[in-house]
Design a protein around this ligand. Structure first.
Ligand code: MRU
Length: 410
């Protein structure tokens, strides 16, 4: 099945964490090898790994990596746990909004503290085993979300989605896109509208790539086209993922989600949110209490593009070889644009940032927004589908699921 061509997003191999570099997809398919928990933090901050469920697993594997690679000189359990707390905090705070990141770090931290009496070697092994279990659980959970969500999809549906809540945002299979994959297998999907999702273009770069792999008909649109498409009756449902869902059902997701939720209500289109219970944070009363990450203004001031160079003459190959023989070469480009060339094996790659706005333009770049619960038709989780009143239904759906609130309570 073509869907199986989608690679896993993050995995553990020979005591290292491997991840697909999502900053360069789809034109360059690099795999990054992380040797330290700092490497994981950098990958999270740079969005080489991204998407709430993938971040939860990255946090757990990041701590496992620290245990395997960086604790040789710790012989005392108390010292180990003190250092682990700091590492868990460092990883969990590398991005503030997605609940899963804190959930992943906290689940490992709690397990370690609950087993603090074990000999240190056993404690180390327990942590690695748990992180690997979390990696495997992710796909199971997503498939259950997909099965629950597909039941809500009508035959011949035209679905609109925002950002990437696909396989790449998880270990495998995805949440919102997982629902679409399963509904497609059931023959219910006529087409998918994909919002490009400025500024980081997760829709244009990642969601289209997955849908193409899965051979599902789809059309890419700029974010500002969604309103007009809904008005002309061409959208039957909106499905998005979430980064954190408050106890009252307010949903924090990729910037632009709020606008879609309001539009969907105005046009009588159901607005579904697909997310694991680890995204539901019952310790937070409402969406406005959730910290919204603000990112580098350069994401909005310009565009980042990476790609491969295909030299069409020996002379060009020689020139590229000379430029890159001592490592990546940054070309002197005018007007603040940036262009770097690097060689990877036989292949030449460019990484570019092109300025669009005049230098000095003031920029505001929040990465997420709040879609208030009143706009959300249903929240689809692995434990079932919650509908309003969310204050009641989310607590019931998530009870016993091991979410952030339960882990914190211990
Ligand atoms: O900034 P990102 O790319 O990490 O944001 C991702 C999203 O907003 C997703 O919709 C969300 O994490 C759900 S992914 C299953």
């Amino acid at each position: 099945m073509p869907l199986e061509n989608i690679p896993r997003t993050i995995w553990w191999e020979d005591g290292k964490v491997m991840l697909i570099d999502q900053t360069r997809l789809p034109l360059v398919g690099d795999v990054l090898v992380c040797n330290s928990h700092e490497g994981i933090c950098i990958a999270i901050k740079s969005m080489a790994v991204r998407g709430a469920p993938a971040l939860g697993v990255a946090a757990a594997l990041g701590i496992a990596l620290w245990v395997v690679e960086e604790t040789f000189d710790i012989y005392d359990n108390r010292e180990f746990l003190r250092a682990l707390d700091l590492v868990a905090y460092e990883i969990a705070s590398s991005r503030p909004t997605a609940a899963n990141l804190a959930w992943g770090a906290e689940r490992i931290r709690r397990l370690a503290h609950d087993n603090r009496e074990l000999p240190l070697d056993e404690l180390r092994e327990l942590i690695v085993t748990e992180a690997l279990a979390m990696q495997a659980e992710d796909e199971e959970r997503n498939r259950q979300i997909a099965a629950n969500g597909a039941e809500l999809i009508e035959p011949d549906s035209r679905i609109l989605t925002h950002c990437n809540a696909g396989s790449l945002a998880t270990v495998y299979y995805g949440t919102a896109l997982g629902v679409i994959f399963t509904a497609h297998e059931q023959g219910k999907i006529a087409k998918v509208w994909v919002d490009e999702t400025r500024p980081m273009l997760q829709g244009a770069r990642l969601t289209t790539w997955e849908l193409r792999m899965a051979e599902i008909p789809h059309t890419l649109i700029a974010d500002n086209m969604a309103a007009s498409i809904m008005r002309s009756g061409e959208v039957d449902a909106v499905i998005v993922g979430a980064d954190r869902i408050a106890a009252n059902g307010d949903v924090v997701n990729k910037i632009g989600t709020y606008g879609l939720a309001v539009l969907a209500k105005e046009h009588g289109v159901p607005f579904y949110v697909a997310a694991p219970t680890s995204t539901v944070d019952l310790t937070v009363a409402k969406g406005d209490d959730i910290e919204i990450e603000e990112r580098d203004p350069r994401e909005v001031e310009g565009f980042t593009v990476s790609g491969l160079i295909e030299p069409d003459s020996d002379d060009l190959t020689k020139a590229l070889e000379m430029l890159t023989e001592e490592g990546p070469y940054a070309l002197p480009v005018a007007r603040g644009h940036q262009l770097q060339i690097s060689q990877k094996g036989d292949v030449y790659q460019f990484d570019a940032w092109f300025r669009v706005a005049p230098p000095g333009t003031e920029v505001y770049n929040p990465a997420f927004d709040v879609a208030p619960a009143e706009y959300v038709t249903a929240v689809i989780t692995e434990c079932g589908v919650a509908r309003p009143d969310y204050a009641v239904s989310l607590a019931k759906t998530c009870s016993g699921a091991g979410g952030l609130d339960e882990i914190r309570r211990g």
